[in-house]
Ligand binder design. Sequence first.
Ligand code: PRP
Length: 177
Amino acid sequence: MSIQPEPKVLFGCKEIETAVSRLAAEIRGDYHDKHPVLIGVLKGAFVFLADLVRLLDFPLEVEFIMLASYGKGQASSGNVKVIQELGSNILGRHVLIIEDIVDSGLTTTFLLDYLWKKKPTSLKLCAMLDKPSRRRTPVNIDYLGFTISDKFIVGYGIDWGEKFRNLPNICFVEAED
Ligand code: PRP
């Protein structure tokens, strides 16, 4: 039986709250009169999205899309598939993608291309975490919480083998092969 790693705190609840508040203010400034559709990328973004939308006091809609990157250990294969589709049409809408983390960038690149084909009026990206040292394809993040070094992140919606999504802090574990 493998030993479960002990997560260590990278960003605690106070730091998370401050970052989410800052992002909400930025998003409010740009979208308060646009009735946007926020698309949470499942599963990882569910906690971030829940925190963010409760600070956005203007009309908006929430949708989810579930993606999976097959062949993924701790690194993305780039073979991204849609597991669960959006529940509504985004044609002509202002769309904001809500991601927990951009790592290689392959998931985001796939999703941007996938959503642009649905002809939204605008399409932007909000991510809580950016790990630029791992990037394999360029990604522009319009609203960003934190830039981080190459740590394996868990908590705040993000998993390690489906564990730790429920940790309230953004944590990291020591990588194992
Ligand atoms: C994670 C994360 C992003 C993606 C980022 O999702 O939520 O969607 O990986 O990695 P990338 O930039 O290297 O493509 P994951 O595929 O692990 O699924 P999950 O959200 O269901 O945990």
